[in-house]
Write a protein that binds this ligand. Structure first.
Ligand code: ZN
Length: 64
């Protein structure tokens, strides 16, 4: 599934893909490199919280 998300920090649109219908996990803007924990439910962004780069690295290791 392809989802388009606007970076909450700089507004850049990013295409984001994930396998399940819903997604909760890390997201990083390719442009400003801001990191967030996002939640997508029913193709809608329902939650977006800032995530430190340190924590992003940790979560990424678990997910991939
Ligand atoms: Zn950004």
């Amino acid at each position: 599934m392809l989802f388009k998300i606007n970076c909450p920090s700089c507004g850049t649109e990013t295409s984001f893909s994930f396998r399940e219908l819903d997604y909760k996990g890390p997201f990083r803007c390719w442009k400003c490199r801001a990191t967030f924990t996002i939640r997508i439910e029913n193709k809608k962004l329902t939650s977006c919280e800032p995530l430190s780069a340190e924590d992003f690295a940790k979560v990424n290791k678990l997910n991939y």
